[in-house]
Design a protein around this ligand. Structure first.
Ligand code: ATP
Ligand code: FE2
Length: 321
């Protein structure tokens, strides 16, 4: 079976085709704001203009599509609506089933697919999300999460303050490698939950006081990533699991990977991270998860295909292994 997946919850529009074995094709068309952050309506406009171009490219190469999957949420309302409209139309036109996919679940499932992790504690770190997730019976449960902004947004905010272009995560990673001096910053873990906004403000003040961007980036990463590693470790111990899976755009960060790897070595747990192209938002994760869901009994009728801007991973009944 060949599934087409459309991802467009935020800035990256990505459409892919996958079958049971592999990713067959993928086109990414990121919306890059000229200044500042993402404007939801402009991003939606960008997606609406690009979707037809990408689809006509796909139909030049492939004539057999058995399923249409789309990111139903969570995400920015205007972007989600453009994606859902295109997906409905395509499914009706091709006369194939439609499957609405939870974006967070898709990050997690493509991570499992590409790494062969079986039953991991998943650390999902992206722009809007920072969650520690594990499967309990027929649901994925969120054991800990950010109480304010996602770690990716925190990195992007700090980067913007230091006049670095969006997305800031990779720029901060480069600067941090050159950092020499560690400055203490607020480490906020409350039970299993995290908070990053106070940390961002403190790091911005540190920069304003004349500390170099390299040292600010280094100190920020050390504190924020230690917080994430602590909560992941606690979930691992509490649930008696022995695998850690890292997914989401921030997962590309080598220092975060290193910290988690060290923690896993100490606990004799296995550490997994998918290739970088499957870390950030990608159409393949939607196509793959749609296929997985369809094969285990899911199908989204048109009347149930409304977008879900606040869609949580716990809402999905997991009917597969
Ligand atoms: P979600 O809807 O899941 O929150 P998203 O729209 O934020 O996803 P992703 O592609 O998953 O999209 O993540 C983007 C984030 O990842 C940005 O905040 C970016 O700065 C961050 N990022 C990307 N590469 C790195 C890196 N090497 N180090 C740290 N952060 C990174
Ligand atoms: Fe994402």
């Amino acid at each position: 079976m060949i599934a087409l997946g459309i991802e467009g919850t935020a800035w990256n529009l990505s459409i892919a085709l996958v079958d049971e074995k592999d990713v067959l094709f993928q086109i990414n068309k990121p919306y890059l704001p000229k200044t500042g952050g993402i404007h939801p309506r402009e991003a939606a406009q960008h997606h609406a203009e690009e979707i037809p171009k990408i689809l006509s490219e796909i139909f030049k190469r492939f004539d057999k599509i058995d399923l249409v999957a789309f990111s139903q949420g969570p995400g920015m309302g205007p972007c989600l609506r453009v994606v859902a409209t295109a997906a409905r139309l395509l499914a009706l036109k091709l006369k194939v089933p439609l499957v609405g996919v939870n974006h967070c679940l898709a990050h997690l499932e493509i991570g499992r697919w590409k790494t062969k992790a079986k039953n991991p504690v998943t650390l999902y770190v992206s722009g809007g999300n920072s969650q520690v997730i594990a499967r309990r019976g027929e649901r994925y449960r969120v054991f800990g999460e950010t109480l304010d902004i996602g770690i990716g947004n925190a990195l992007d905010k700090l980067a913007r303050h230091m006049n670095l272009p969006h997305p800031g995560g990779p720029k901060i990673e480069e600067l941090a490698k050159k950092g020499k001096k560690f400055y203490n910053l607020p480490y906020v873990v409350k039970g299993m939950d995290l908070s990053f906004s106070g940390l961002v403000t403190a790091a911005q003040k540190l920069y304003d006081s004349g500390v170099s961007a390299e040292d600010v980036s280094y100190s920020f990463q050390e504190v924020a990533f230690a917080m994430l590693t602590e909560v992941t470790e606690r979930a691992l111990a509490y649930l008696s699991l022995d695998e850690v899976l890292l997914v989401g755009g921030v997962g590309a960060n080598e220092r975060l990977q290193e910290m988690l790897k060290l923690m896993c070595e100490d606990r004799k747990a296995k550490f997994f991270a998918p290739p970088k192209e499957f870390m950030g938002d990608n159409g393949a994760m939607i196509a793959y998860t749609g296929l997985l869901m369809f094969k285990s009994g899911y199908k989204t009728e048109i009347e149930n295909s409304a977008v879900k801007p606040d869609f949580r991973i716990e809402e999905v009944l997991i009917t597969w292994d």
